[in-house]
Write a protein that binds this ligand. Structure first.
Ligand SMILES: Nc1nc2c(ncn2[C@@H]2O[C@H](COP(=O)(O)OP(=O)(O)OP(=O)(O)O)[C@@H](O)[C@H]2O)c(=O)[nH]1
Ligand SMILES: [Zn+2]
Length: 199
């Protein structure tokens, strides 16, 4: 398991070639000529892009967080908001993308801020549904760090609802997941008020 995430596909050549073979067959099935000049390299490019967009399967999110946990006596809410992400919906393998905000209340330790963003990526770069993505991020923070509560809010646009199917261009989907002290509606309100404060 690689705990130092890289954005690029370092997958072995055989895996790339095998996926590329399937893309070549798909190109033929949709009526294209995979040997024409513009498409010759496409199956390998598409294979590498797919592996890059699903690199989260080869990352251990909880280990990413655990690699930067620091002592801290305070217990006030910490929020990293508007972490942008790109994911693929598991039903259509089409992109959904948006922003995730993560809040937690420390209990003796804090986490390196970038690790929260890396955790979002580790789960987003898989085949997902938005609800599970939101819950997995929340669980990973909860498991990796002593805390009094964790909350994750996610707002996303799904291309499977825009460029095909129901074709609704303006709809976005909002999901949240929370634990511990965030069961208290007043604390959730404080979190959302802080999220919506103007910069
Ligand atoms: N809950 C949830 N549903 C999702 C997500 N991404 C895509 N979907 C939905 O998954 C559902 C799959 O429904 P199906 O009826 O099996 O597939 P479909 O015939 O392609 O459906 P349409 O999109 O309505 O054309 C659709 O309603 C999608 O909008 C997600 O992240 N969460
Ligand atoms: Zn979909």
């Amino acid at each position: 398991m690689n705990n130092t995430p890289s954005n690029h596909c370092n997958c072995d050549t055989q895996l790339i070639d095998t996926i590329a073979e399937h893309y070549r067959a798909i190109l033929q099935l949709i009526g294209e000529d995979p040997s024409r000049e513009g498409l010759v390299k496409t199956p390998r490019r598409a294979a590498k892009a797919l592996l890059e967009n699903t690199r989260g399967y080869r990352q251990d999110a909880e280990a990413i967080i655990a690699s930067a946990v620091f002592e801290h006596p305070g217990s006030h809410m910490v929020i990293v908001k508007d972490i942008e992400f790109y994911s693929l919906c598991e039903h259509h393998i089409l992109p959904f993308f948006g922003k995730v905000s993560v809040g937690y209340i420390p209990d003796g330790k804090i986490v390196g801020l970038s690790k929260l963003a890396r955790t979002v990526d580790a789960y987003a770069r898989r085949l997902q549904v938005q609800e599970r993505l939101t819950g997995e991020i929340c669980d990973a923070v909860d498991h990796a760090l002593p805390n009094k509560g964790v909350i994750v809010a996610c707002e996303a646009s799904h291309l499977c609802m825009k460029m095909r199917g129901v074709e609704k261009q303006e709809s976005t989907t909002f999901t949240m997941h929370y634990k511990g002290a965030f069961e208290d509606v007043r604390l959730r309100q404080e979190f959302f008020e802080l999220l919506h404060q103007q910069k």
